[in-house]
Design a protein around this ligand. Structure first.
Ligand SMILES: NC(=O)c1cnc(OC2CCCC2)nc1N
Length: 328
């Protein structure tokens, strides 16, 4: 095959592999076998060895980056990554609802309820659809560039399904199953264990050698937008999450848009019960005003938005009942 045909074949393989990545890691609904997937990947790797100019940064073969970094570069967030105020009981939620109506000048507020993933807040920058940079939250203004490590998260697309320039925010996390596997491995090696999945995810993403992060099956849910051309944004958060999902980003499906604080409380109670069934840890529920224009009117305090609040659950790993024996 000549160079021209090789380039066409490589492009076709890239598109097929990206589609299978999306189906497997984002939709959890693969349509080919692992063997067939590996065959496609091996063919692309061989083509890129033969014609190195085909080995572009957004190629699915380039997930596990190069050499270990000497240190992490600093990244200034164009739009600060805010921290959430907390609510601990129904009264706190009612106060949040009353204040929102009073300051918003409305007598009815639509909220979006989301599971509060207990991981590491990160910001992903895509330019013309290509993943170009990923950073930790840091102090909200300045974070660390962990692009190489974030690339190893299989559910994070290296290229969006549309060529848009957008900064998206989300939570990188380690599923409970992977947390148990890694701690069992550390136990066998006599190494200190991770205290919880959050520390394990943070520890993995702070490795200077991307091969270490690649060995850990981290995952990510996206839940917001940072710097973006406002014209691209729909009028509500509900539609924004649907847009992120259409772009090929992984958005948590266990969310609900409701029209009263009573329905918010019902969602909180439902997930207080169902939390142990999840394969990832949550430390609460995030409640957000749906209408983006109302958010603008509400604004923010020094560090937190007035248009969102986190309802906190007690620590999950505090008590684990194993076969009727309580272990702490
Ligand atoms: N851990 C989460 O799952 C989570 C965290 N934060 C947010 O939204 C904050 C971000 C800035 C203002 C609202 N949503 C979430 N789902």
């Amino acid at each position: 095959m000549d160079r021209q045909e090789a380039a066409r074949r490589a492009q076709s393989l890239r598109e097929q592999i990206e589609e299978h990545n999306y189906r497997y890691f984002v939709l959890d609904d693969p349509i080919i076998s692992d063997t067939e997937y590996d065959r496609l990947m091996q063919e692309l790797i061989r083509l890129e060895e033969q014609y190195p100019e085909l080995k572009t940064p957004d190629s699915p073969t380039q997930r596990v980056g190069g050499e270990p970094l000497p240190f992490f570069e600093k990244v200034e967030h164009r739009v600060p990554m805010l921290s959430l105020g907390n609510a601990f009981n129904e009264e706190d939620l009612r106060e949040f609802d009353e204040r929102t109506k009073r300051m918003g000048g409305v007598d009815q507020v639509r909220y979006v309820c989301e599971l509060k993933i207990d991981g590491l807040a990160v910001s992903l920058r895509y330019e013309n659809g290509v993943f170009v940079q990923g950073a930790t939250r840091g102090d909200g203004q300045t974070g660390e560039d962990i692009t190489q490590n974030l690339r190893t998260i299989r559910s994070l697309p290296l290229r969006l399904r549309e060529p848009v320039t957008v900064e998206v925010r989300g939570e990188a996390f380690m599923p409970k199953r992977e947390f148990r596997r890694i701690n069992e491995e550390k136990e066998r090696r006599g190494e200190p264990l991770f205290a919880n999945p959050r520390n394990a995810a943070a520890g993995s993403l702070r490795q200077l050698d991307p091969k270490l992060a690649a060995d850990r099956a981290l995952d990510i849910f996206l839940y917001g937008v940072g710097a973006v051309d406002e014209a691209l944004l729909p009028p509500t958060h509900t539609e924004t999450l649907e847009w992120l999902s259409r772009l090929g980003l992984k958005v948590n499906p266990q969310r609900r848009t409701v029209d009263s604080i009573e329905e918010v409380m019902a969602f909180v109670e439902e997930w207080r019960e169902k939390r142990p069934e999840l394969d990832y840890e949550i430390d609460g529920i995030v409640i957000k005003v749906d209408d983006l224009a109302l958010r603008e009117r509400l604004g923010m305090t020094a560090k937190s938005p007035r248009w969102a609040i986190a309802y906190k659950f007690p620590a999950e790993e505090a008590v684990t009942i194993l076969r009727g024996i309580e272990v702490r």
